[in-house]
Design a protein around this ligand. Structure first.
Ligand code: PEP
Length: 250
């Protein structure tokens, strides 16, 4: 079933300087006056750019989000950024549990679940990432890994809230590889079942984004797959023309 509003979110990762706001983002904004009504779009730049991006986007055609937050509100956590700080800078959403954070910073499902609570406390929409590694897929464990990550990373507090899940196979992130449409459909169906298993009926409404090497050439087909409610886009979100093409494909 095709959902009516697709959520397309760009993850800039550790890329972007102030100059990009007058380049790439200005180009997107100029074009997005004709944004399709069926799309909700967000961009998650490094925390240093959130405030400036919010000002650049004035008018709200694209929402701005963070890429991570700490669980705590404030305190002696050198280098940390709280959900409240993201919201204070103008963010409305935050990516949590991205595989790069799970792998590089050892973030566990339990920590991600706590971060979900922090995001909701600050009024941010959590976008919770899950996905299997290549070894896990090759071992036939993709469905069970994703189910287990969902059961562990969600929080009871999500029921009735504005949130999204993002299925991002680790082996598809930044590699140019993508699962087949059938594989995407299989995992998204399993993810929905796990969301309902975890939250009851409260697990039915949140969109499930697909993420991993989405580009203008494959976006339309991927976004048409059952239970694909949008896309989380890394590399292609750094190029205004590509991100716009993906938004238009939704
Ligand atoms: C991501 O990092 O969330 C991502 C999907 O990256 P890419 O689109 O570059 O594969």
């Amino acid at each position: 079933m095709k959902q009516s509003v697709k959520l397309i979110v760009g993850n800039w990762k550790m890329n972007g300087l102030a100059a990009d706001l007058t380049g790439a983002v200005a180009e997107m904004l100029a074009d997005l006056s004709a944004r399709p009504a069926s799309v909700r779009a967000g961009l998650c730049p490094p925390a240093t750019l959130i405030d400036r991006m919010v000002r650049a986007i004035e008018g709200g055609l694209i929402e701005v989000g963070g890429q991570d937050c700490r669980v705590e509100t404030k305190g002696a956590f050198t280098g940390g950024v709280s959900a409240e700080m993201l919201a204070d800078a103008g963010a409305t959403m935050v990516i949590l549990g991205h595989s790069e954070r799970r792998q590089e910073f050892g973030e566990s499902d339990a920590l991600v679940s706590e971060k979900v609570g922090a995001a909701l406390r600050a009024g941010l929409m959590p976008i919770i990432c899950v996905g299997e590694t290549l070894a896990q897929r090759e071992a036939g464990e993709a469905v069970s890994v994703v189910r287990s990550q969902i059961l562990g990373s969600l929080s009871d507090q999500l029921a009735g809230q504005d949130w999204a899940l993002a299925y991002e196979p680790v082996w598809a992130i930044g590699t140019g590889l993508t699962p087949t449409l059938e594989q995407i459909a299989e995992i998204h169906a399993a993810a929905r079942a796990a969301m309902v298993e975890r939250l009851g009926e409260g697990g039915r409404a949140a969109p499930i984004l697909y993420g991993g090497s989405v580009n203008p050439a494959n976006a339309r087909d991927i976004l048409a797959v059952a239970e694909v409610g949008g896309a989380l886009v890394g590399g292609a979100s750094l190029k205004a023309a590509d991100f716009l093409a993906i938004i238009r494909a939704a």
